[in-house]
Design a protein around this ligand. Structure first.
Ligand SMILES: [Mg+2]
Length: 187
């Protein structure tokens, strides 16, 4: 079967990593419980920053955040297991074009299985549907409500990676990546 994955906040723990970096750069010690209570995808609210200040901070540290964000627990292991079981693993990320090559390389160095022709990058959030339809994915995983909302018309198994800003969605959710293996038909 074909499995597709968003990257940021689906496979990589990007927001929490950004939050920790902001704490360090701004010499603040905001507790993780503040982060966990956020209902927004952006994290600058936790620091009392305006949208513009948040954007400047993100732009200043984006590369560091992108290329040092750790995978969620069990993500690498479970995707590797899927490949071992003969499934196809695809990545579909809306990171901007200039980040595509480095993003692919950093996934590989984190241990994710990245096969030729199975890494899609640089499209807008709302263009993901075209890639996903063309690939004929059986399963797709994403964290972002605006993306998931566009995909409900496709006849695939849609899951969200659990996060504070997507708990209102009725789409089935993955909290720990090990749960994915339980979704597979038992042979
Ligand atoms: Mg995402």
């Amino acid at each position: 079967m074909k499995f597709g994955f968003d990257i940021d906040d689906t496979l990589l723990n990007l927001r929490e990593h950004a939050f920790l970096i902001y704490n360090e750069k701004l010499h603040r010690q905001i507790g993780l419980e503040v982060f966990q209570a956020l209902k927004t995808i952006s994290v600058h609210e936790a620091f009392g920053l305006t949208l513009e200040e948040g954007r400047d901070l993100w732009n200043a540290y984006r590369d560091e955040i992108y290329y040092t964000a750790p995978p969620f627990p069990n993500a690498v292991e479970v995707l590797s297991e899927l490949v071992k079981l003969g499934h196809e693993v695809y990545y579909v990320t809306a990171r901007a074009a200039e980040h595509c090559e480095r993003t692919k390389a950093s996934l590989e160095s984190a241990g994710f299985p990245v096969e030729n022709g199975r890494f899609y990058c640089g499209m807008g959030d709302l263009e993901k549907i075209h890639v996903i339809r063309k690939l004929g994915l059986d399963y797709y995983f994403d964290d972002k409500p605006a993306v998931l909302d566009t995909l409900s018309e496709l006849g695939l198994q849609l899951y969200t990676k659990d996060n504070g800003y997507n708990r209102h969605l009725s789409v089935p959710r993955i909290v720990d990546w090990r749960e994915l293996l339980d979704l597979l038909p038992k042979s």
